[in-house]
Design a protein around this ligand. Structure first.
Ligand SMILES: [Mn+2]
Length: 310
């Protein structure tokens, strides 16, 4: 059985290099794979039954797992996947962090378990689609191929139970149209409060050195505002593009900020990440979309849907 994950071997090995460079299909390293996947999920199958606290859903959207990095919360993700079996699973990019793996090989058992769990889902009738992101762009060489029942696509459209067409992308292609630095999006309120305190010490030191007051906090406040602005710009740009392409909405990842809101009549959903926020987007069996935040059990937060004018 083919795996879409990089093989658990050091970066120096030829197989690893082949995967990262883009293997030549003519040598049969990664051929088209047509799995004997059942057409529908068998709800009687034990693997398709939710772990206590969870429930079976129609569709599960996850992204930004960053497998292959110490930051990936693989155990939490595994527990979440067990709690939420689904008829469809969309992996919206940055699943495997090729950037970091190239620098340093990090592949613990739990990360392998996540990959195995995903492949098992595919075998058990779940339709699994993988849309590579910028951190696993090596997989973009393999779009329109199947690996172990996992379909690799550059983008996709999901039709909800209610018949809405959702455009599925990772989202990194919008970096170019957004002015603000990506790292700013990660700055949180706590960090900001800390800088306010730091600022006091910082300036008393400056005063002792005979230097004029310079507001570190004001400087950073501006930067944090820029971060908020970055997120808004990203969301609006993605929604506008989805609208222009004639879709009812969009589901993406990339900025590690789970969200579900309507922007100028277009539904914008971000399924979050499994590094910081441990969040996912689900479509329930009744067609309702919901952002889930995982905290060890089935911690569920109803995402408010608000109309925001761009
Ligand atoms: Mn990304």
């Amino acid at each position: 059985m083919m795996q879409f994950a990089p093989p658990p071997c050091p970066p120096s090995s030829p197989l690893f290099k082949a995967f990262h460079r883009g293997a030549n299909p003519s040598v049969g390293v990664l051929p088209d794979f047509n799995p004997s996947r059942p057409d529908t999920l068998d709800p009687e199958d034990l693997d398709n039954q939710p772990a206590p606290g969870g429930q079976r859903v129609r569709t599960l959207f996850i992204s930004d797992l960053h497998l292959g990095t110490p930051g990936c919360q693989a155990e939490a993700l595994l527990a979440f996947l067990k709690a939420y079996p689904s008829e469809r699973l969309y992996l919206l990019g940055d699943i495997i962090d090729g950037w970091q793996l190239r620098r340093r090989w990090y592949w613990p058992q739990s990360h392998n378990d996540v990959v195995q769990k995903i492949l098992k889902r595919a075998r058990k009738g779940c339709k699994v689609v993988f849309i590579p992101g910028n951190h696993d762009e090596f997989a973009r060489h393999f779009t329109d191929h199947h690996f172990g029942g996992v379909e690799v696509l550059s983008e996709a459209v999901h039709t909800t139970l209610e018949g809405k067409r959702l455009w599925l992308i990772h989202g990194d292609h919008f970096d170019g149209v957004i002015q603000y630095a990506k790292w700013l999006a990660y700055l949180g309120d706590n960090l900001y409060e800390l800088t306010l305190r730091l600022n006091t010490h910082f300036n008393s030191l400056r005063a002792k050195m005979g230097l004029p007051y310079w507001s570190l906090s004001q400087y950073l406040k501006h930067k944090v505002k820029s971060a908020v602005s970055y997120v808004n710009q990203f969301e609006e740009a993605v929604a506008a593009e989805a609208r222009q392409r004639g879709h009812d909405g969009v589901v993406c990842g990339h900025i590690h900020r789970a969200e579900m809101r309507t922007i100028d009549g277009t539904l914008y959903c971000n399924d979050g990440d499994w590094v910081e926020s441990l969040s996912a987007l689900v479509e329930h069996t009744d067609g309702r979309l919901e952002v889930l935040h995982w905290s060890g059990q089935s911690s569920r937060v109803e995402a408010p849907t608000s109309e925001v004018q761009a």
